[in-house]
Design a protein around this ligand. Structure first.
Ligand code: NDP
Length: 233
């Protein structure tokens, strides 16, 4: 029997970009995929494009009510989650730096990019605990690595630095529950966020996350990876 048969993954922000490519990759490996998007219509459109067994769900990771509603809706349809991919993210730092950025913009970015993934793990923990091989992947960025922090990309860098920290802390807390969690830098990827000049395709950007979700050794947890290799935080 195919070991990936009947496995189920939830991806945030999967209506476009790297999240959509991760969905395609997991479907190709036989996974059932829950496509979540801030807009139900966009989640449904993506589900149609994938022409496979996909559950489209509305989910805004910055909004507690939306997370709770998504969980409630899903609980009627599923009793177990094997993979959670915290992919949704924003990069709103154009034209500001660490000396000029507003509290509102800091709030917005850290809420989506850092607190969103933490709350998703908390909310979906009971479903992840039902899996014999549960894995969580946080889409981070090289901009979150200590040596690559940039004063000109203030809220994004801080949010991914803190997401990397949360990955370490969550790995500690999830170890006793036998759930592994890692952070990934996808490289610079041609998406709405990465822009047209980026060297990597969304499929290339999705590769390490898909590997971690499916076949990476389970003794890798609390780490930061790029191109299937552990890198420095
Ligand atoms: P895109 O901008 O192409 O897509 C971002 C996705 O996140 C969209 O689906 C968007 O939804 C969704 N999203 C944003 N905010 C929320 C929210 N509050 N709740 C739910 N969904 C939300 O980005 P990429 O595909 O390029 O990026 C995916 C991840 O990879 C991000 O975490 C990003 O930081 C990371 N990354 C990307 C790099 C790149 O070069 N592209 C480099 C390093 C890291 P909507 O359509 O509704 O806006």
């Amino acid at each position: 029997m195919n070991p990936t048969q009947n496995r189920r993954a939830l991806i945030t922000g999967a209506n476009r970009g790297i999240g959509f490519a991760i969905a395609q990759g997991l479907i190709a490996k036989g996974y059932e995929v829950i496509i979540t998007s801030r807009s139900l219509a966009k989640a449904q459109q993506s589900a149609q494009k994938l022409q496979s067994k996909v559950i489209p769900i509305e989910l805004d990771v910055s909004d507690e009510r939306s997370i709770n509603q998504a969980l409630e809706t899903l609980r009627l349809q599923i009793d177990r989650l094997d993979v959670l991919i915290n992919n949704a993210g924003v990069y709103p730092d154009e034209g500001v730096n660490i000396l000029t950025i507003s509290r509102e913009l800091l709030d917005l970015t850290i809420n989506a990019n850092t607190f969103g993934p933490i709350r998703m793990v908390q909310a979906f923990l009971p479903l992840l605990e039902k899996s014999p091989d549960a894995r969580v992947i946080n889409l981070s960025s090289g901009y979150g690595a200590i040596e690559d922090l940039s004063a000109d990309v203030p809220s994004y860098c801080l949010s991914k630095l803190a997401l990397n920290g949360a990955t370490i802390m969550l790995a500690q807390a999830l170890q006793a529950k036998n759930i592994v969690i890692n952070a990934v830098c996808p490289g610079w990827v041609r998406t709405d966020m990465g822009g047209a000049s980026a060297p990597r395709s969304p499929e290339q950007g999705a590769d390490t996350a898909i590997w971690l979700a499916t076949e990476a050794p389970r003794n890798i947890s609390g780490k930061f990876l790029r191109d299937r290799k552990i890198i420095s935080f």
